[in-house]
Design a protein around this ligand. Structure first.
Ligand code: C2E
Ligand code: MG
Ligand code: MG
Ligand code: MG
Length: 283
C-alpha cells in the first residue's frame, strides 16, 4: 500500500507525523503546567472484602481534568510524565492530596497509592513518602504502596531498601497488575511484597478454564506466601462469587464502585450515597 501511495503518500505520512508530534508536544506542555499548578487530583475506588461486601479501603487513582480535552486518563499521562521525568512530582502530589482526604474519612480505611517502578531508582523515594505521611498525619500502617509492574525493576537492591524503610514504619507494599508483566514471578521472589493484586484481564477472562486456573493458582500462591490477594476489574456478581470461591480476599471493580472524587467518597462513607454503594449480596 505504501508503494501505491508513492511520493504523495510519504508526504501525507510526514504530515501525519508532524501532527502527532505537535499533538504530543502540546500535551507535554499542558502536563508540565498541570503538574506545576497542582491540578492533577486523586479519585478513589473502593476496595471491598469479598467475605462480607464491606469496604476496607480505597485506591487513589490520578485524574487530570484538562481545560479543553476533558478528563485525561493516567493510562495517557503517566507514561508521558515518566518520559519527562515528572512522575515523582505526580506521585508526591497525589499522595499528599489523598492522605489529606483519607485522614478525614469517618472510618479508619486503608489508602492505596500507585508508584511507577521507575521511581524505585530514586534514593529519596522513601524519605519523600515518609515526609508526606508526617506532614499530613496519615498513619503509615494504613498506607499501601502499589508498584505497578510494567517493567523489570532494574535496581533490586535499591528497591529492597525502599521497601524495607517503608515497611519498617508499617507501610505495606503491593505488587500491582500481577500476571500481566512477564517478570511477575521474578519480582515476587526477589522482593518482599505484602499484597498481591491480580490484573483485571484475568478476572474478565475467568470464564475460560485457563484464566480461572491462573486466578486460582495466584490465590493459592498468595495464601502460601502469606499475602492477601485483591482482584481488580470485577464487574459482575458472577465474577465476585467465583473469586470468593477461589480464595481471593478482596476485590475492586465497577461492581463495587467506580472511582469517585473526594466529596463523593466522603458521602459514600457516611452512607449517604446509598445508590452508589449498596451491594445487594442476595442478588
Ligand atoms: P491500576 O493501578 O491497575 O488501576 C486499576 C485501573 O482499572 C484503574 O484505571 C481503574 O479505574 C480501572 N478499573 C477499576 N475497576 C474496573 C472495572 O471494573 N473494569 C475496568 N475495565 N476497569 C476498572 P485508571 O484509573 O485509568 O488507571 C490506570 C493505571 O494508571 C493504574 O492501573 C495505574 O497503573 C496508573 N495510575 C493511576 N494513578 C496513578 C498514580 O497516581 N501514579 C502512578 N504512577 N500511576 C498511576
Ligand atoms: Mg493500582
Ligand atoms: Mg492494577
Ligand atoms: Mg492496571
Amino acid at each position: 500500500e505504501g508503494k501505491r501511495a508513492g511520493r504523495g503518500g510519504h508526504r501525507f505520512f510526514h504530515a501525519e507525523m508532524d501532527d502527532r508530534l505537535r499533538e504530543r508536544t502540546a500535551l507535554e506542555n499542558d502536563l508540565r503546567k498541570a503538574i506545576a499548578d497542582n491540578v492533577i487530583i486523586p479519585y478513589f475506588q473502593p476496595v471491598t472484602e469479598l467475605s462480607d461486601g464491606k469496604i476496607t479501603g480505597f485506591e487513589a487513582l490520578a485524574r487530570w481534568p484538562h481545560p479543553t480535552r476533558g478528563m485525561i486518563s493516567p493510562e495517557v499521562f503517566v507514561p508521558i510524565a515518566e518520559d519527562l521525568g515528572l512522575i515523582d512530582q505526580i506521585c508526591s502530589s497525589i499522595l499528599r492530596a489523598s492522605c489529606t482526604v483519607a485522614r478525614d474519612w469517618p472510618k479508619p480505611m486503608t489508602l492505596s497509592v500507585n508508584i511507577s517502578p521507575m521511581q524505585l531508582k530514586d534514593p529519596w523515594l522513601s524519605t519523600q513518602i515518609l515526609a508526606i505521611l508526617t506532614e499530613t498525619g496519615f498513619p503509615p500502617n494504613r498506607l499501601i504502596v502499589e508498584v505497578t509492574e510494567n517493567a523489570i525493576i532494574e535496581d533490586l537492591d535499591k528497591a529492597r531498601e525502599v521497601f524495607q524503610s517503608l515497611q519498617n514504619v508499617g507501610v505495606r507494599i503491593a505488587l500491582d497488575d500481577f500476571g500481566k508483566g512477564y517478570s511477575s514471578l521474578y519480582h515476587l521472589r526477589q522482593l518482599n511484597f505484602d499484597h498481591l493484586k491480580i490484573d483485571g484481564s484475568f478476572v474478565h477472562a475467568m470464564n475460560s478454564p485457563e484464566s480461572a486456573k491462573i486466578v486460582s493458582a495466584v490465590a493459592g500462591l498468595g495464601k502460601s506466601l502469606g499475602m492477601p490477594v485483591t482482584a481488580e476489574g470485577v464487574e459482575t456478581t458472577g465474577e465476585a462469587d467465583r473469586l470468593r470461591a477461589l480464595g481471593c480476599e478482596q476485590a475492586q471493580g465497577f461492581l463495587f464502585g467506580r472511582p469517585l472524587d473526594a466529596v463523593e467518597t466522603a458521602a459514600l462513607l457516611r452512607g449517604e450515597a446509598n445508590n452508589v454503594i449498596r451491594i445487594d449480596r442476595s442478588a
